[in-house]
Design a protein around this ligand. Structure first.
Ligand code: CP
Ligand code: NVA
Length: 327
């Protein structure tokens, strides 16, 4: 049985294999040859925090793989009335064939995994968001391989077109990555990816909002070139991929005023993007707060891949479910 707590759980070469599978599933979407390995299986999608992309991508992914998704929220279940996670885990394991879990502390995720007898997949905790980084990597890899943007089965729309594929193919390891803002859960999973894939990642974070030194050390020991600076310009200069996220994550709402003050100067705007490589692309896991961590102009501009990135959540969710259910 396989739990997915972090990217390393995919094993050596596992990220690349998963991205290959996600590309294959993208190409097969809507076709008779699309695999349905979840036929007769139910997946419990448990959310203790709000979600749009993760919930919809997992729900559609389970359905398109032939299975039955069950969305369980805190307020709509006994979790919200204090039923322990360890009890919930054992009950869900008797009925569903896998669990995805979005929660607060990593310890809560670990409790679900420990007491579950079916695979538990991390759909975001305070410490990481590995599903998001799989989608980010698929988006970047496709873009810089010269492939068409994702634009998937729906076709590109006027309000959601893709940046043109890069003219000169570049592998993930040839790119320079820049993270701007909070050293949060999404940043931590980017750092993990940098370690596992050997990427060059520079994070610009204000004092007091850096990623944990444990996460940084582990990534460097694994071979990632991970740098930390307080200077957003230094991080953006020459980067091929610029990534940001909200300054105030779910569960941190009481800190919002202090955070807005601390992150002054860290907005991903046209000035910072202008320092990057001319081929640079912009990622944001969404939801975005225009005018805070990212300007409207950059979010909606020609270098933004955020809609492809959102769509990639579906293809990578399917690939992850295939991995979890593989014999
Ligand atoms: N990016 C992401 O995880 O979005 P949701 O919070 O809407 O799921
Ligand atoms: N860092 C954000 C990501 C949301 C997808 C949060 O945890 O709220």
């Amino acid at each position: 049985m396989r739990h997915f707590k972090e990217l390393a759980d995919l094993g050596p070469g596992g990220i690349e294999r998963l991205l290959d599978a996600a590309d294959r599933l993208l190409e097969l979407r809507g076709q008779a040859a699309h695999p349905r390995p979840l036929q007769g299986k139910s997946v419990a999608l448990v959310f203790q925090k709000a979600s749009t992309r993760t919930r919809v991508s997992l729900e559609v992914a389970v359905a398109e793989l032939g299975g039955h998704p069950l969305v369980i929220t805190s307020s709509g279940s006994q979790l919200g009335r204090g039923e322990p996670i360890r009890d919930t885990a054992r009950v869900l394991s008797r009925m569903a064939h896998a669990i995805t879990f979005r929660t607060f502390s990593q310890a809560e995720f670990d409790e679900m995994a420990r007491y579950s007898s079916v695979p538990v997949l991390n759909a975001l905790t305070d410490d990481g968001h590995p599903m998001q980084i799989l989608a980010d990597l698929q988006t970047v890899r496709r873009h810089f391989s010269g492939a068409q943007g994702l634009q998937g089965s729906q076709g590109a729309s006027a309000r959601g077109t893709s940046a043109q594929g890069a003219a000169e193919p570049l592998p993930l390891t040839a790119l320079r990555y820049c993270w701007l803002g909070d050293g949060n859960n999404v940043a931590a999973s980017w750092i993990e990816a940098a370690g596992l894939l050997g990427l060059d990642l520079t994070l610009a974070c204000p004092e007091g909002y850096e990623p944990s030194s444990e996460v940084l050390t582990k990534a460097r020991e694994r071979g990632g070139q991970v740098q930390l600076t307080r200077d957003p310009e230094a991080a953006a200069r020459g980067a091929h991929v610029l990534v940001t996220d909200v300054f105030t994550s779910m569960g941190q709402e009481a800190e919002q005023a202090a955070r807005l003050a601390a992150f002054e100067g860290y907005q991903l705007d046209a000035r910072l993007l202008g320092l990057a490589d001319p081929r640079a692309v912009v990622l944001h896991c969404l939801p975005a707060h225009r005018g805070e961590e990212i300007s409207e102009e950059v979010l909606e501009g020609p270098q933004s891949l955020v809609w492809d990135e959102a769509e990639a959540r579906l293809h990578t969710a399917k690939a992850l479910l295939e991995w979890a259910f593989a014999p």
